[in-house]
Design a protein around this ligand. Structure first.
Ligand SMILES: [Fe+2]
Ligand SMILES: [Fe+2]
Length: 134
């Protein structure tokens, strides 16, 4: 079963580019969750690395768009992004060093972070970013 499901009601930001990225992100997180379920280390490693790489890519895309429009709450948004990136990089390093395991607790933490960040922080950029929507 999927860990997280994108719906416009819960996660729509009004910015198609970022909605599509969020859907992709959810797919990657569900993939990691499934890998954790199999318990296969190689599969967990692939899923984890893919997810974290895309998180960085997605954050960069949001930040670029927020900068483009001179978004007022950019600094607050950056603090949230940077905090998660730091956590992810630590986790990734510890996992690859054999010092940490990725469990359902890890995927639940990431799910909860997204469930808090997207509706409450990302959604706020909708009106500002709609100005540069293609
Ligand atoms: Fe986002
Ligand atoms: Fe964000």
């Amino acid at each position: 079963m999927s860990l997280i499901k994108w719906t416009p009601e819960e996660f729509g930001t009004g910015i198609e580019q970022h909605d599509e990225e969020h859907k992709h992100l959810f797919g990657l997180l569900n993939g990691l969750h499934a890998s954790v379920g199999t318990g296969e280390r190689a599969s967990i490693a692939r899923s984890l690395d893919g997810l974290i790489a895309f998180v960085a890519q997605h954050f960069a895309a949001e930040e670029e768009n927020m900068r483009k429009v001179g978004y007022a709450a950019l600094d607050q948004h950056l603090v949230e992004h940077n905090k998660l990136v730091k956590t992810c990089i630590n986790l990734q390093q510890q996992f690859h060093a054999g010092q940490a395991v990725i469990t359902e607790e890890t995927t639940a933490f990431l799910r909860d972070w997204l469930k808090q960040h997207i509706p409450h922080i990302d959604r706020q950029y909708g009106p500002a970013l709609s100005a540069i929507q293609p």
